[in-house]
Design a protein around this ligand. Structure first.
Ligand code: NAP
Length: 284
């Protein structure tokens, strides 16, 4: 099947484009090659390439920046999915679009499944949720995949920042009052390949299994890598940021046809193995 990937210069898009499943014929387009916020450009690209499936990995992901640039966030996160949904529907093709745990407010004391009601706290979360709604409205042949706390051996991520912090500080302070589902990108790309080959349309939560606080996550990375920089527990309020984050955005699934990822610690183990081997995730 011919697959068109948007946002191919980003963390997830680049990983998907670098190691696609064998059966995929991939057209991977960066923001410069396809700006999804322009309806005309989306139509032109989809008419030229005629993909059977579009994977939308493009997004405005600067959670704090979105607070002061809501129009830019809306253009990519709401109008982009709308344009892709409209055009894939017109061509009778499928849209798989990524969404986020930040559609939830974090007040639930347990993990969130697909039946929970979103209530985003930030402009980023609101624009992503509005993008989901446009897709549901416009193309029934869709997969909306909510994921959480992505990291890989290349690209920018919280995990990579934590390694940088250990190199440059005598002590590292990490929030212990934010819970989520750390998701290793190679685990997610494998799941997306399976999902894309199915007809299990609708909304899916796909993230590393089990929950972790930011501090648990960093502790696991440091311990496995033998990093001895002391770690100290902090509160989210110790690091004031423009956008509110959910205190708990751990994802679970209620779907019978769910594709479950390995426990998040297995993702860290694989991440650490590659870091230690000096691999950036490309090739073997
Ligand atoms: N990273 C996480 O922890 C996380 C967690 C939950 C959900 N997600 C979701 O997962 C998906 C992939 O995220 P990611 O981490 O790979 O993000 P990323 O690294 O920021 O990549 C997003 C890519 O989209 C591009 N882009 C922005 N606006 C665009 C537009 N109008 N048209 C085309 N491309 C555009 C960006 O280009 P520029 O860099 O040039 O702007 C960037 O290359 C997103 O839907 C995100 O919301 C991510």
């Amino acid at each position: 099947m011919k697959i068109l990937i948007t946002g191919a210069g980003g963390l997830l898009g680049e990983a998907l484009a670098a190691r696609p499943p064998e059966q995929w014929e991939v057209v991977a387009l960066t923001r410069e090659e396809l700006d999804i916020s322009s309806a005309g450009t989306v139509r032109e690209a989809l008419e030229r390439h005629r993909p059977g499936l579009v994977i939308n990995a493009a997004a405005f992901t600067d959670v704090d920046g979105a607070e002061t640039r809501p129009d830019a966030a809306r253009a990519a996160n709401t109008n982009g999915p709308r344009n892709l949904a409209e055009e894939t529907r017109r061509q009778d093709s499928i849209l798989l679009s990524l969404s986020t745990d930040y559609v939830f407010d974090g007040a639930k004391g347990e993990p969130y499944d697909e039946n929970d009601t979103p209530a985003p706290l930030s402009v980023y979360g609101k624009t992503k949720l509005a993008g989901e709604e446009e897709i549901r409205r416009l193309n029934p042949r869709h997969f909306i995949v909510r994921t959480s706390w992505l990291y890989d051996n290349r690209g920018a991520s919280f995990a990579k920042n934590a390694l940088e912090l250990a190199r440059n500080n005598e002590e590292v302070r990490i929030a212990e009052d934010q819970r989520g589902s750390p998701t290793y990108v190679p685990h997610l790309t494998a799941a997306l390949a399976l999902l894309a080959g199915s007809e299990n349309f609708g909304t899916h939560h796909i993230a590393g299994s089990g929950g972790a606080s930011r501090l648990d996550f960093v502790r696991e990375i440091y311990t496995r890598l033998g990093i001895s920089t002391p770690l100290a527990a902090a509160r989210t309020s110790d690091f004031p940021r423009p956008a509110l984050r959910p205190a708990n955005s751990e994802l679970a699934t209620a779907r019978r046809d769910a594709i479950e990822l390995p426990p998040w610690r297995e993702g860290v183990a694989e991440f650490v193995r590659r870091e230690a081997a000096g691999k950036d995730g490309e090739g073997g």
